[in-house]
Ligand binder design. Structure first.
Ligand SMILES: NC(=O)c1ccc[n+]([C@@H]2O[C@H](COP(=O)([O-])OP(=O)(O)OC[C@H]3O[C@@H](n4cnc5c(N)ncnc54)[C@H](O)[C@@H]3O)[C@@H](O)[C@H]2O)c1
Length: 297
């Protein structure tokens, strides 16, 4: 029998894709979102959810669900200016949530916990190197879960695809790059463009999350990425080429969040423990994302 799933941050980029897919597959899904960074329009009409913070949920109701998928959080850009609130939501209130829930937990953490990683591709055993309120608060919940057990933590690398909306000030690079290309504006690159990231397509991430829900808890952290490194300038060129516009890009000063020079995850543990591996090449994922963003306009 399929497990029932309750999702915090259900109307966000990743949460909405997971919820829409689970409902299509026939799972009993419910969740909440305070819409601070998400959009109700991301969710298919069949998805049940309530508009509130996870801090306000009725725990007797939540405990009826087999799995808590905890995705709600303050994001890295917001965290730069809102340190206290970031620790409150991502660490303190999140600990209260998982403390009061006694079933299986799937937690979406972040590859940001490796900072400027000591090894590329980076395995889960690499030292954590947190440097801002986002990384630190995400890591605090990871560590709390290690004490609790009955959990699977997925350390996601940069995710892109459907529902990553360019009008959202916290939108990731690929959504913004496609938007600039559509407008025939030069793509804005922070820094010299040589910094790399590991871009994972949303459908692959959704599959990893569903595998973690379906399987028994792994009680450890698992990288979810592709093992492929792409520089910002190469990404900008790929997006401009895919949209069919000249390769225009401008460089501007790196922000505080751009201090990571290389990111690329070792995904052997995901293959070994979950049986997961990504299926979508970056070029294909960019094409799909362009198609989805075009449907919106
Ligand atoms: N998108 C990525 O590239 C990426 C990379 C690494 C990790 N992650 C992790 O994946 C998860 C989802 O990320 P995302 O990109 O979908 O972010 P998102 O901001 O689109 O989604 C988070 C959702 O949580 C909601 N939210 C925030 N605080 C809340 C609260 N107190 N109560 C209820 N809802 C609240 C927001 O409104 C938003 O809809 C996060 O845990 C994030 O750390 C994402």
């Amino acid at each position: 029998m399929k497990k029932s799933v309750w999702i915090s941050g259900i109307a966000g980029f990743v949460g909405s894709n997971v919820a829409n897919k689970l409902v299509k597959l026939g799972y009993d899904v419910n969740g909440c979102d305070n819409l601070k960074f998400g959009y109700s329009g991301n969710l298919d009409p069949e998805v049940k959810w309530i508009n509130c913070g996870f801090e306000q949920v009725d725990f007797d109701f939540l405990r009826k669900y087999d799995v808590l998928l905890h995705m709600a959080c303050a994001n890295i850009i917001y965290a730069m200016e809102n340190v206290i609130d970031t620790f409150k939501v991502n660490a303190l209130d999140s600990i209260k949530l998982v403390e009061l829930y006694n079933g299986q937990i799937v937690y979406t953490s972040t590859s940001s916990v490796y900072g400027n990683a000591s090894h590329i591709p980076t395995p889960e055993s690499a030292p954590e190197n947190v440097s801002n309120a986002y990384d630190q608060s995400k890591l605090i919940l990871e560590r709390y879960l290690r004490l609790r057990s009955d959990y699977t933590t997925l350390r996601l690398s940069n995710v892109y695809g459907k529902n990553q909306r360019p009008e959202n000030p916290y939108c990731g690079a690929i959504g913004k790059f496609i938007d600039s290309a559509f407008k025939r504006d030069p793509i804005k690159i922070y820094g010299d463009g040589q910094a790399t990231r590991d871009y994972t397509y949303i459908e692959d991430v959704v599959n990893a999350i569903i595998m973690a829900i379906d399987q028994d808890p792994k009680n450890t952290e698992i990288n979810i990425g592709t093992g492929v490194e792409t520089s910002a300038i190469d990404l900008a060129n790929m997006v401009n080429d895919a949209v069919g516009v000249p390769r225009l890009a401008t460089h501007t000063d790196a922000r505080k969040i751009d201090r990571i020079s290389r990111r690329c995850l070792d995904i052997s543990l995901a293959k070994a423990l979950l049986g997961w591996e990504p299926k979508t090449k970056l070029s294909e994922g960019i094409e799909n994302t362009i198609f989805d963003l075009n449907l919106w306009k």
